[in-house]
Unconditional design. Structure first.
Length: 171
């Protein structure tokens, strides 16, 4: 059997970047340290409508990983197009990411960010190994959505969606 060819990690990441994703901030209570954790993530996906399940993944090297592993509940905050600064804020390592951030607590004490395109309040259902990431599946207990357009990440930078020009011609 011939050995598998090595995959160039940079080229692999660039190829993955061709897939536009939404940008989220996943929040939870930190059961060990008190306070809250928040992580910018584009690895968010729907799994099932019945039951309502979503997933996201977190790097196993993330400082907040233990908090998410132990959290019974979390919230996926889908960022609106104008919330790029909030995405950058939660992507940086800092002691209290919630200082100066507009949020409210849900019934489980999990921060929910204000002004988002959508928010999904979840109960942790499953944790799966995923290479260098941990995959977290949550059952959606409640959600809300606004009419705001979502913030996207594409080809290594932020983007916003627009209607396809062919759709405009059909109108």
């Amino acid at each position: 059997m011939s050995p598998k060819p090595a995959i160039d990690k940079r080229q692999f990441r660039n190829a993955l970047g061709q897939f536009a994703t939404g940008v989220t901030i996943v929040t939870a209570k930190d059961l060990n340290g008190g306070g809250y954790v928040g992580t910018t993530a584009s690895s968010f996906n729907s799994v099932s409508v019945e039951p309502p399940l979503i997933l996201w993944s977190i790097d196993k090297g993330a400082r907040a990983l233990p908090a998410y592993e132990q959290a019974e509940h979390f919230c996926v905050n889908v960022l609106a197009a104008e919330q790029m600064n909030l995405s950058n804020h939660f992507a940086r390592q800092q002691d209290n990411k919630f200082d100066g951030v507009d949020y409210e607590l849900n019934q489980f004490g999990v921060p929910m960010l204000k002004g988002c395109a959508a928010r999904f309040e979840c109960k942790t259902r499953y944790l799966y190994e995923g290479g260098d990431h941990l995959i977290i599946v949550g059952e959606v207990l409640a959600f809300d959505a606004s009419d705001r357009s979502g913030l996207l990440f594409h080809q290594g930078s932020y983007a916003v969606s627009e209607s396809h020009p062919e759709l405009e011609a059909c109108a």
